[in-house]
Design a protein around this ligand. Structure first.
Ligand SMILES: [Zn+2]
Length: 260
């Protein structure tokens, strides 16, 4: 166990990245930079134990912490009527998504928000977009050529998107990369920054000693791949933050800044 930990640390040390200490929400909003929260795939099929082919088979600390962080942030955003965009992986049974086995099939319940976030379905601050591909930016494209995410940013005049969800190195990363590409060529006005909250993201665990016994699979050690996902996002120009706080004037004055 000790040597495994050491190996992960060695690998992480080869691709280090710096994180900002704290995103202070109120000072950003009060300076005219509206912040929108994006939740990526925090649904039963990826987060609830035993809920399907891609769900955890036992309780997982990184995934539980991500769900709890997302629930706390969602509460803060909805209480203040700040915009929240919810991406939900949802597949038609006849339309597979290789290389993954069937997952989040429409009507199975796997494609629905986890119990801790179910209340978001009826909250007026929330826009829900179901997608049937990894990349939530591409998955937000509508038949008429518009993009539900781009419209959400425009309508709410969002300058900063705060991204949380699962998986750090798959759907979160793909969404972040596409959004940054689109931003760079002026497709998502008035968006300026994409911020990823590291503790609000998680990925799945499929260690090498399990993967080598399952033909055709790729090893996916959780802690390392979570790190790689954040590293790749940072490399594309995302801001990575360790904490998110409200940062009220009272907190700033007293120096006791509580994170959400
Ligand atoms: Zn999918």
């Amino acid at each position: 166990m000790g040597s495994e930990t050491k190996m992960v640390d060695l690998l992480k040390a080869e691709i280090p990245f710096e994180q900002e200490e704290n995103l202070l929400l109120l000072p950003e909003v009060e300076s005219g930079k509206a912040v929108g929260l994006v939740l990526v795939d925090i649904l039963n099929g990826f987060c609830t134990v035993g809920a399907g082919n891609l769900a955890p088979t036992e309780p997982n600390r990184q995934i539980s912490a991500m769900v709890e962080a997302a629930a706390r942030l969602s509460k803060v955003f909805c209480e203040r009527k700040w915009p929240v965009f919810v991406l939900l992986d949802s597949h038609h049974p006849n339309k597979p998504e290789p290389p993954y086995p069937p997952h989040c099939l429409i009507g199975s319940g796997e494609e629905d928000l986890v119990p801790a976030l179910k209340w978001l379905e009826t909250d007026p601050s929330v826009t829900i977009k179901r997608k049937d591909c990894f990349d939530g930016f591409i998955g937000s494209m509508e038949m008429d050529g518009t993009n539900a995410f781009v419209e959400w940013v425009k309508t709410n005049e969002i300058k900063i998107v705060l991204v949380v969800g699962i998986c750090t190195d798959i759907c979160v990363l793909d969404f972040v990369c596409s959004t940054l590409s689109a931003r760079n060529i002026g497709l998502v006005p008035p968006l300026e920054d994409v911020v990823v909250y590291s503790g609000g993201c998680a990925t799945f665990d499929f260690p090498i000693d399990v993967a080598r016994n399952v033909k055709g699979t790729l090893a996916h050690p959780q802690e390392l791949m979570h790190h790689v996902g954040l590293y790749m996002a940072k490399g594309r120009g995302a801001r990575i933050v360790q904490k998110v706080s409200l940062g009220s004037s009272e907190e700033l004055r007293s120096g006791h800044i509580q994170h959400i």
